[in-house]
Design a protein. Structure first.
Lengths: 612, 189
């Protein structure tokens, strides 16, 4: 398998000409045998984000020549973080915020989070005008198309699903049962945490299993006091340090990859010059590249799977080259779809054949259904009663976490008004100089004043504020779905998605509790001016879309089996959020990574056995 | 009174050497000559912004708005950042300040005494806060201008590193540090 390097791009150093090889391939209208061989690998991974990076790492380390197809441009660790070390005074726009006209014209969806899209991060998010979809109901699809995907911009909170998460659907008769249990995934959680590096505190809670942790980050005075006082009143509501994919005590393996200890800059979303947090670009893809088995081809939009009716399996994928707009085919024994939940489903829906008239592996009609996310934007905040003379130094890229404390299976935690539960993410801080800027929620209508007194006041930190924001589980509803719209196409002439997703009674009832319980905790801890809030939630705002090709035991009611193989086509694995059978209330990416590593191991073994 | 002061100031313009730039007949009071060329603001507006910015964030034991380049920052925001509605509101606000100054004291804002200028700004601040929380909240120019000046100042190098503390690479997090040891607020979070 010589000569493939020319198609690929080294992650570091030279080799920026990825497209050269692509053009050459595209020129051959009729693929002859040699060309076909040239485009043949052991494995193809679609997408290079959190899950694609993991698939690439595991497959290449286990000896498979692997081609990673990524629709967006190359982003090399360190080299391609253009804003990573910019100082506040180096921005073009005030506070690095993009002009309102530009946001409205190009980013009507990406701007909806209110915090992710800035002059510092614009290159890591899609332009909505170039990536259209239809909102039958509002859906905030926040995404980035480039090497590394959202592993560059994620919030890095990393929690395990618990045994009750894997059992809940079966116990309550919701959706379908997970075909795996916690024990199946536990060793893969270990494996993932050891590689990416997760800082956190072990707590011994059954509803939030502990993992392989580097030392936790530090709580500040107000958080420590809040923990002591709230836990005294509500012992079942444990308050712990956020578990986050940052290095606080890097391992030899991590150092060897060129990653170092987190420097507490909290500018992670721009890309980290220290490799302090985990991304595909600083982690999985680097490890994969070092095996010599990796070829990565940016600018490759995978449009469909190629299905061989006779062999009864997929032989590869079709791409559209984003630059030349030529089609090309790539072949492999095994294909991993890691394009993110909606995009993997999109590829499958767009892969029709006489065997799969309704979308690839979609005999169950579950493809595109059961969309889940985490609902958020609800909680409480209050002012700390003490510590006016205390402050902190460093910018901790992390907060505190309150693991789920409702519906844990016992009578004491049982709720009659809703199923499942939520966790809180939060923290205490002292607002900075920008605290009196005009905002709709500005609390006082007293004149702000101007001049020396105001300047002096703003040069000091504001009063301590503590906030708790809920992340709630959303149940899988069959009619919460995305569908393929062949009538509306994008700039490449490709079909687009239509979204139809809403939250229901269960989530709304949970939100009321999320608000009340947060306020109770702050009040119990003696905070002042405690205010509950529900700022509303639109599906997608959790940026945890999942469920569109769920795992299950029965091919009639699910798309994937217990190893993330498409029931109806065993050499295609889907290991991103599409696979999720239920959502839990914890941030999902750690689970996606563990599922991916486990599936890659399965694929390598199955291929060896000749089972694919 | 007014006349004689205006005359005195007219005389001053020559000492600043800017009479030829179209300001003849206008006054410059406390505003020194602009050391930069505005792009979105007219020279008159730039001079006004220069004076108002320094009133909002004056030089104290730390640099003021003028030393921090805030007037240029406002000019850039107007050129690159604001949409038309915001730009119009700001420009209308600047026009109103001069109109109010003329009505009350017979000349443009920059020629007034600091006390007169402060009084006018106090009036705008009260008006704007009375509107706070109402639907028309956004419509007052003063918060818009004050926000912009505040952002421009505290994100400038002098604002962030002298008036506040700035540490690009903290290296560690310490959760409980006496404020007295740090002395000032952090520039970034
Ligand atoms: C601001 C923000 C904060 C977040 N915080 C957290 C958090 O704290 N914890 C957590 O667990 N999760 C968090 N997430 C979510 C997390 O980023 C995602 O769960 C994760 O990135 C999903 O991984 P993925 O591999 O499925 O998709 P992605 O990382 O999105 O990668 C998908 C890749 O596939 C490529 N692709 C798509 N379609 C095609 C195609 N047709 N052909 C070829 N390539 C294609 C894309 O360009 C992209 O590079 C956050 C996300 C954001 C944006
Ligand atoms: S906080 Fe840590 S991970 Fe984030 S950018 Fe800084 S050093 Fe990197």
């Amino acid at each position: 398998m010589n000569g493939f390097a020319e198609v690929g791009v080294a992650l570091r150093g030279s080799g920026r000409d990825s497209i050269k090889g692509a053009k050459r391939g595209a020129d051959m209208a009729n693929l002859n045998g040699r060309a076909r061989q040239k485009n043949t690998y052991d494995a193809i991974v679609v997408g290079s984000g959190i899950t694609g990076g993991w698939a690439a790492k595991e497959l290449t380390q286990k000896g498979l020549k692997t081609l990673v197809l990524e629709r967006g441009p190359m982003v090399r660790h360190l080299e391609d973080y253009p804003t990573a070390t910019m100082d506040p005074w180096q921005t073009k726009y005030p506070r690095g915020q993009l002009p309102p006209d530009e946001l409205n014209a190009h980013y009507p969806v990406q701007k909806r989070t209110g915090y992710t899209l800035t002059e510092y991060t614009r290159h890591f998010f899609v332009r909505d005008d170039q990536n259209p979809y239809t909102e039958e109901s509002r859906y905030d699809w926040i995404r980035g198309y480039h090497v590394g995907g959202r592993s560059l911009t994620w919030g890095r909170q990393s929690y395990r699903h618990s045994p009750i998460d894997f059992e809940a659907n079966a116990r309550e008769g919701i959706g379908v049962d997970w075909p795996i249990r916690y024990e199946d995934l536990a060793p893969w959680y270990d494996h993932v945490e050891r590689f990416i590096g997760v800082s956190g505190q072990a707590e011994g809670l059954p509803q939030l299993p502990d993992g392989q942790y580097q030392p936790p980050m530090e709580m500040n005075c107000v958080e420590k006091a809040f923990k002591a006082k709230s836990e005294a009143r509500f012992p079942e509501r444990r308050i712990t340090m956020g578990r986050t994919a940052h290095l606080t005590d890097p391992t030899e393996e991590q150092l060897a990859l060129g990653r170092t200890k987190c420097q507490y800059r909290n500018m992670c979303i721009r890309g980290c010059p220290f490799g302090g947090y985990y991304s595909s670009n600083s982690g999985g893809l680097v490890a994969a590249e070092r095996t010599g088995n990796l070829v990565i081809r940016p600018g490759s939009i995978v449009t469909s799977l190629i299905y061989d009716e006779k062999a009864g399996k997929a032989t590869g994928v079709r791409i559209l080259d984003a630059t030349t707009r030529q089609e090309e085919e790539f072949y492999a024994d095994v294909v991993f779809l890691c394009a993110s939940a909606f995009n993997s489903a999109w590829i499958m829906m767009n892969s029709t054949s006489s065997r799969f008239p309704n979308g690839f592996g979609n005999g169950s009609d579950q493809l595109g259904r059961n969309v889940m996310d985490h609902h958020l934007g609800v909680g409480a905040s209050g002012e700390a009663p003490e510590f006016a003379d205390m402050y902190y130094s460093g910018r901790r890229p992390n907060g505190i976490y309150v693991p789920r404390f409702r519906n844990l299976g016992d009578a004491a935690t049982k709720r009659d008004d809703y199923l499942r539960g939520f966790g809180y993410q939060g923290g205490a801080s002292r607002p900075g100089w920008d605290r009196d800027l005009t905002r709709p929620d500005r609390e006082t209508s007293a004149p702000r004043g101007f001049g020396a007194a105001r300047k002096a006041a703003l040069s000091q930190p504001g009063p301590w504020v503590m906030g708790l924001g809920g992340f709630g589980e959303i149940l899988p509803y069959e009619d919460n779905r995305i569908t393929l719209n062949r009538d509306k196409t994008d700039e490449f002439g490709l079909p687009t998605l239509t979204m139809n997703v809403t939250i229901r009674e269960n989530e709304l009832a949970m939100r009321r509790d999320m608000q009340t319980a947060a306020a109770e905790m702050l009040e119990a801890a003696g905070f002042r001016n405690v205010r509950g809030y529900d700022g509303g939630y639109a599906p997608g705002l959790g940026i945890h879309e999942m469920g569109t090709a769920r795992m299950g035991r029965d091919p009639k009611t699910s798309v994937l089996n217990a190893h993330n193989q498409v029931h109806e086509c065993k050499n295609v694995y889907v290991t991103d959020g599409a696979a999720m059978t239920s959502a839990s209330c914890v941030n999902p990416s750690l689970t996606y990574m563990a599922l991916t590593a486990r599936a890659a191991d399965h694929a390598v073994q199955a291929r060896k056995r000749g089972d694919l | 009174m007014l006349l004689s002061r205006r005359d005195a100031i007219r005389g001053l313009t020559f000492t600043f050497g800017v009479a030829a730039t179209g300001f003849a007949g206008r006054a410059l009071a406390a505003a020194p000559a602009l050391a930069w060329t505005p792009t979105a603001l007219t020279p008159d507006q730039a001079r006004l912004v220069d004076v108002v910015a320094e009133l909002i964030i004056p030089k104290t034991d730390t640099p003021g708005a003028r030393d921090a380049g805030v007037p240029q920052f406002v000019d850039r925001a107007l050129a690159d950042y604001y949409n038309k509605a915001q730009a119009d509101r700001l420009r209308a606000g600047l026009a109103r300040m001069d109109a109010d100054a003329r009505a009350a004291h017979g000349d443009v804002f920059v020629t007034l005494t600091p006390k007169q200028q402060t009084e006018l700004l106090n009036g705008y601040d009260r008006e704007a806060s009375a509107m706070q929380g109402q639907a028309s909240d956004d419509d007052h120019f003063f918060p818009l201008l004050e926000d912009l000046v505040t952002v421009g100042y505290f994100t400038s190098e002098p604002g962030a590193t002298v008036a506040l503390r700035y540490d690009p690479v903290p290296g560690a997090y310490h959760g409980c540090v006496p404020l007295a040891e740090l002395g000032r607020g952090w520039a970034t979070r």
